[in-house]
Design a protein around this ligand. Structure first.
Ligand code: GTP
Ligand code: MG
Length: 340
């Protein structure tokens, strides 16, 4: 039996044939299915359209699900720090130099297409760096910004051997602003935002991220001059630090700068009566109290906390403090619960 297809149906079929993405193809098939004359003669064709539609939907789900799962990076360690910048500035090379992670490094731009996390050791903590595709590209996928939004700190990389370092920085800031991500100089390293307490003001519906400006390839030609220029140009706006993957001491001090910029502190705990043994520290935001440390140890410890004893830079050894005591980086704490 003939299907007697209408001109509207043929037009929809044409749109479907020209569709490029799975999403467009699905929309095209849905429209065809809507327009197809519903009678016995078109049953076979209807079934065929439904089968193709279901296959495409399945495919879409698989890739969308995969994308979400693959591009969401659970926070680990003392902070989550994406590397952002123009193409070829050395993001992947820096990740490889500072962590055990591997991300392709190449002398040409647009090498990185997927995010790569890596843990950067600093003293007794680890900081999570994330290598990203370049931001100054014709098309930047939206998941890149989704990974930047929850960051604790951004490293904005600029190539010190480039002819246009200013353009690179401004271009990246503009791109981020277009996605409602404002950047401001990390306060712990001398930066200030335009908001209260030197924090950057977030645009409506957006976020503001503390940022370190990182000049790369310091070993390259004219890099010193560009470093001096950028440091001065962005003074008061972005703290500036210059690095090269070719010099280990520079990288060592860079690790410390990143840790400082995160504004976190390390606290060690010991059971009452035990001798001091500094194991893996708890990492908390600066300004945290004994109470917040207790909560990290265990909710029940916090609930029955009576007082604490502290060994640290601002206390005399074993000083008894209350739960509101503000802890310092490196403090050793003994939490006393119940009637102890
Ligand atoms: N001399 C020198 N070259 C470097 C340094 N860091 C990176 N490079 C070189 O710069 C080029 C680009 O490095 P990548 O790490 O691939 O740059 P990227 O920013 O990840 O590039 P995309 O992924 O394309 O955005 C490579 O040839 C690196 O070897 C450095 O400190 N000194
Ligand atoms: Mg790369």
């Amino acid at each position: 039996m003939p299907a007697n297809l209408t001109p509207q149906y043929h037009a929809a079929e044409q749109v479907f044939r020209e569709a490029k993405t799975t999403e467009e193809k699905i929309a095209g098939l849905e429209e065809m299915l809507r327009l197809i004359p519903k009678h016995k003669g078109s049953e076979k064709l209807q079934a065929d359209l439904k089968r193709r539609l279901s296959k495409l939907r399945h495919e879409e789900q698989k890739t969308a699900g995969g994308k979400r799962a693959g591009h969401r990076i659970p926070r680990q360690g003392a902070g989550q720090v994406p590397l952002v910048g123009a193409p070829n500035v050395g993001k992947s090379a820096l990740l490889c130099a500072l962590t055990q992670a591997r991300s392709e490094v190449a002398p040409y731009p647009m090498t990185t297409f997927t995010p790569t996390p890596g843990m950067m050791p600093f003293e007794d903590v680890q900081i999570q760096l994330i290598d990203l595709p370049p931001l100054l590209a014709d098309h930047v996928e939206s998941w890149v910004f989704e990974l930047i939004r929850p960051a604790d700190l951004l490293l904005l990389l600029v190539d010190l051997t480039a002819v246009d370092p200013l353009q690179q920085v401004d271009g990246v800031c503009e791109q981020l602003a277009g996605k409602r991500i404002a950047v401001y100089g990390a306060p712990a390293c001398g930066g200030t935002g335009n908001g209260p307490e030197g924090i950057g003001e977030a645009p409506p519906g957006g976020v503001a991220k503390p940022t370190l400006l990182v000049g790369t390839k310091l070993d390259g030609a004219k890099a010193d001059d560009n470093a001096d220029f950028l440091r001065e140009y962005y003074a008061g706006r972005f703290p500036f630090v210059a690095v090269t993957i070719a010099d280990a001491p520079t990288l060592e001090s860079f690790r410390r700068t990143v840790f400082t910029a995160l504004r976190v502190l390390r606290v060690y705990t010991k059971a009452p009566g035990r001798k001091e043994e500094r194991g893996v520290p708890y990492v908390l935001p600066q300004g945290s109290t004994v109470w917040e440390v207790a909560n990290l140890v265990h909710k029940e410890v916090a609930a029955s906390l009576k007082y604490a004893r502290i060994w640290g830079a601002r206390a005399y050894d074993g000083q008894r403090v209350t739960r509101d005591y503000v802890v310092q980086d490196g403090d050793l704490i003994e939490l006393h619960v119940g009637g102890a």
